[in-house]
Design a binder for this molecule. Structure first.
Ligand SMILES: [Cu+2]
Length: 501
């Protein structure tokens, strides 16, 4: 099931880390053969930032919005002047920003024009398991898949990407990723900057490494966390600039990388407001100078600009917690992501509201069930992914507390399909403000326990599982993933009839 390129060397590295063979690790960060190349900074920021096309679909009947996505091959210039072979949705690289409203029914006609099977997963979306686009909903080359669901969650910046078991890292790395914005039911939230591509800009942050022929280098060089690129692109643009015409600029940041965790801020260390995390608005804006995003996480930030200034969005590297030799995982890399160029005259923007929303309080003591998940090597609770095994059977509507912990001295994170969870405790303490909102993916500092409280939905289906997994895509591909099934009270899961056997 697993691609062979991952197995033997990987096992050795895991074994090495388990016994803390630090010298073996340091050789990865040295200058000898197989060393990781330093990150290449852009020469200048003369290229306009690519903004993915906005796709609001077609209203085929009142409240029903239809989209079409085709995954296909193409080429894209990653800033080298070379046409790098890539994959994209409805284009050569990446995909359009799909936009729909809370309460609408959405239908997406997905066509696979790739030479191999893939899937499309709606990351962060609450929806029936059979519409989730996980590894059980494979689309053959030339095939189509048409999921339909009703959006039953607040406004949020979600995203979509392939999820074929064993090949997710490669499919995302080749370029298959796009954002899916949910607006409030009455339309865009006008209290915040909301004009697409003008003062409300999607920023898909990804690192890539190209070989001497200008092709994407899929060799992870034995790095424990998988592919770590030496150039960082925003929306596929290396060294891009965005021209700002308003005093406030909202950037919807998505870490669409396969392995790298970013610590994002601005070149002059200015404060900015984080207004939303994975699953939607925070209750109040959080003023900060850094936001940490591990693969799959999102944050919406609002930055105030002065006329005619230039300021860069920078990844200062990330606080990874108690990892061995953080530099090996890119934690020391300081990377310019894009430049903001403010016009000489800026349109006034309304101030960011002091109160953005209210989020339902969930009481941990009222949990219907508690589960513990320990991540180690490529396993969760000592088991690798098995498409035929159900790791948790959840009652529809149940409130559950999942306690998650990494037992490795290198990065992992944790993503749960179908639900937005609340981080109610980090090692028993209240979560930091940026983890206090709705989340579907959380970085796991090694040896720290995260208590996640989540209310499962109403889409009972004993035959189709949802996934939970590490969102470092190599780890996921190698089996750091489990399955849960949502059933009506008293029912049992039954995967015997599902596809994929
Ligand atoms: Cu992991």
């Amino acid at each position: 099931m697993l691609p062979s390129r991952h197995v033997s060397r990987r096992t050795l590295l895991v074994a090495g880390l388990a016994t803390m063979t630090v010298p073996a690790m340091s050789s990865c960060s040295g200058t000898g053969g197989g060393a990781r190349r330093p990150v290449t900074p852009p020469d200048d920021f003369s290229t306009p930032l690519a903004v993915p096309p906005l796709d609001e679909g077609t209203m085929v009947s009142p409240g029903v919005r239809e989209f079409a996505l085709t995954a296909r091959e193409g080429t894209h210039d990653m800033g080298t002047g070379v046409a790098t072979p890539t994959w994209g949705f409805n284009g050569d690289h990446l995909g359009p920003t799909l936009r729909a409203r809370s309460g609408e029914t959405v239908r997406v006609r997905v066509t696979n024009d790739l030479p191999e099977e893939t899937t499309v997963h709606w990351h962060g979306m609450h929806l029936p398991a059979v519409m989730d686009g996980g590894p059980h909903q494979m689309i053959e080359p030339g095939g189509t898949w048409e999921p339909v669901w009703t959006i039953d969650q607040p406004a949020a910046s979600l995203w979509y990407h392939p999820h074929p078991h064993g090949a997710t890292e490669e499919h995302v790395y080749r370029g298959l990723a796009g954002m899916f914005w949910i607006d409030p039911d009455e339309g865009p939230d006008t209290r915040l900057p909301h004009r697409y591509g003008v003062d409300d800009v999607p920023v898909v942050v990804q690192d890539k490494r190209l070989d001497d022929d200008g092709e994407l280098d899929l060799d992870d060089q034995g790095l424990e966390i998988g592919l770590l690129g030496d150039r960082v692109l925003a929306n596929g643009t290396w060294g891009g600039h965005v021209e700002a015409s308003t005093e406030l600029l909202r950037l919807r940041l998505l870490n669409g990388s396969t392995a790298r965790t970013y610590g994002l801020g601005f070149s002059d260390d200015r404060d900015f407001d984080v207004v939303a995390t994975d699953g939607g608005l925070l209750e109040r804006p959080v003023a900060t100078t850094r936001v940490r995003l591990s693969p799959g996480e999102r944050a919406e930030v609002v930055v105030r600009l002065a006329p005619a200034e230039r300021v860069r969005l920078v990844s200062y590297g990330a606080e990874l917690g108690d990892v061995v030799i953080p530099s090996v995982f890119g934690a020391d890399d300081v990377i310019d992501v894009l430049e903001i160029r403010a016009r000489d005259r800026l349109e006034p923007s309304p101030p960011v509201p002091e109160v953005l929303t209210s989020i339902e309080r969930l009481d941990p003591s009222a949990a219907d069930a508690r589960r513990e998940w320990e991540l180690e090597g490529r396993e969760i609770n000592g088991q690798g992914m098995d498409m035929d095994r159900v790791d948790a059977t959840v009652t529809a509507g149940a409130l559950e507390q999942w306690t998650v912990r990494s037992r490795n001295p290198y990065p992992h994170n944790f993503h749960v399909h179908d639900v937005q969870f609340r981080v109610v405790a980090v090692d028993g303490a209240p979560p930091p403000p940026l983890l206090a909102g709705l989340k579907d993916t959380v970085y796991l500092e090694p040896h720290v326990s995260y208590d996640l409280l989540m209310r499962f939905g109403d889409h009972a289906d004993p035959e189709h599982p949802y996934m939970f997994h590490c969102h470092l895509l190599l780890h996921e591909d190698d089996g750091m993933m489990g399955q849960f099934v949502v059933v009506d009270d008293g029912d049992a899961a039954d995967l015997s009839g599902h596809e994929g056997h």
